[in-house]
Design a protein around this ligand. Structure first.
Ligand code: FPP
Length: 257
C-alpha cells in the first residue's frame, strides 16, 4: 500500500485554523443503546466505531493531538458488569487497532491511574506505547481511569517530593512547575473540547489543561458522531475569537505587527 492510500495520512487539507489539540468527552453511548432497546454494552461497541471514525478524520485534517475521555475516575462506580465490559472492550480495541494505527504513524498514549486497570490491560498499553513511541503522526491520548483532580493531585505529590528532598523551595513554585508534572505536560493544551450527548459540563476531565479551550457541546450521541459533526465543531471553533485574557484591540494590534 502506498503512503497516498493511507487513510490517516496527514493531507494538504491541513489548515492553520484547525485545532492543534482536540479533546473529546464521548458521552451518550448508554442512551444510544436504550433508544434502540439494546443493552448498554451495544452502545459502547458503537462508541468504539465512532472513536475510529473520529481518529481517522482528525488524522486527515492535520490535528496533531486527540485526547479521548474513555473512562473516568468516577466511572469505577458503575455496575461491576458494565465496568468489566468497558475494560474488556478497551483491551480488545487496543489488540485489534494498534498495528493499524502504528502503520499510520499514530503515537498512542494512556493517561490515568493505570495500576487500577489490571495487569493484562496495563501490559497491552505498555506494549502499544512502546510500539508507537517514535511515530511522528498524530498523538492519540486515551484517558482511562482518569480524573482532572487525580492528575493535579499526582502532580502536587511530585512537587512535594522535591520540596521534601530540598531541591525545590515552596515560594519558588510557579504554575509551569505544576504544569510540567501533569499527565499531558509534553503536549500543548487542548484548543477545542467537544462534548457529545447534550450535557454541558467538564466532568473532571482535563481541569488544568482546559483553562483556555473553546468548549463545544452537541446533543448528538457519541455513537452517531461522525466526520461531518467533527467538521461542524471545527467550523464553530474557527469562528471563535481566542483572546487568552487580552482585548480584541490588543489581538488586532498583535496580528498587524
Ligand atoms: C459514556 O457514555 C461513554 C463512556 C463511559 C466511555 C466509553 C467510550 C467508548 C466505549 C469509546 C471507546 C473509546 C476507545 C478509545 C477505546 P455513557 O455510558 O455515559 O452514556 P449515557 O450518558 O447515555 O448513559
Amino acid at each position: 500500500m502506498s503512503k497516498a492510500d493511507l487513510k490517516l495520512e496527514r493531507t494538504t487539507d491541513r489548515d492553520v485554523d484547525v485545532p492543534i489539540h482536540i479533546a473529546v468527552v464521548m458521552d451518550g453511548n448508554g442512551r444510544w443503546a436504550n433508544r434502540r432497546f439494546m443493552p448498554r454494552p451495544a452502545g459502547h461497541k458503537a462508541g468504539v466505531e465512532a472513536a475510529r471514525r473520529v481518529i481517522e478524520a482528525c488524522g486527515r485534517r492535520g490535528v496533531k493531538a486527540l485526547t479521548l475521555f474513555a473512562f473516568s475516575s468516577e466511572n469505577w462506580r458503575r455496575p461491576e458488569e458494565e465496568v468489566s465490559v468497558l475494560l474488556d472492550l478497551f483491551l480488545k480495541t487496543l489488540e485489534r487497532e494498534a498495528d493499524r494505527l502504528h502503520e499510520h504513524q499514530v503515537r498512542i498514549r494512556l493517561i490515568g491511574e493505570r495500576d487500577r486497570l489490571g495487569p493484562r490491560l496495563c501490559r497491552q498499553v505498555e506494549r502499544v506505547e512502546r510500539l508507537t513511541r517514535d511515530n511522528d503522526g498524530m498523538t492519540l491520548v486515551v484517558a482511562a481511569s482518569y480524573g482532572g483532580r487525580w492528575d493535579i493531585a499526582q502532580a502536587v505529590r511530585k512537587l512535594a517530593a522535591r520540596v521534601a528532598d530540598g531541591t525545590l523551595r515552596p515560594d519558588e513554585i510557579r504554575e509551569e512547575d505544576l504544569g510540567e508534572c501533569l499527565a499531558l505536560a509534553d503536549i500543548p493544551p487542548p484548543d477545542l473540547l467537544i462534548r457529545t450527548g447534550g450535557e454541558q459540563r467538564i466532568s473532571n476531565f482535563l481541569l488544568w489543561q482546559l483553562a483556555y479551550a473553546e468548549l463545544y457541546f452537541t446533543s448528538t450521541l457519541w455513537p452517531d458522531f461522525d466526520a461531518d459533526d467533527l467538521d461542524e465543531a471545527i467550523a464553530w471553533y474557527r469562528g471563535r475569537e481566542r483572546r487568552f485574557g487580552l482585548t480584541s484591540e490588543q489581538l488586532e494590534q498583535a496580528s498587524r505587527a
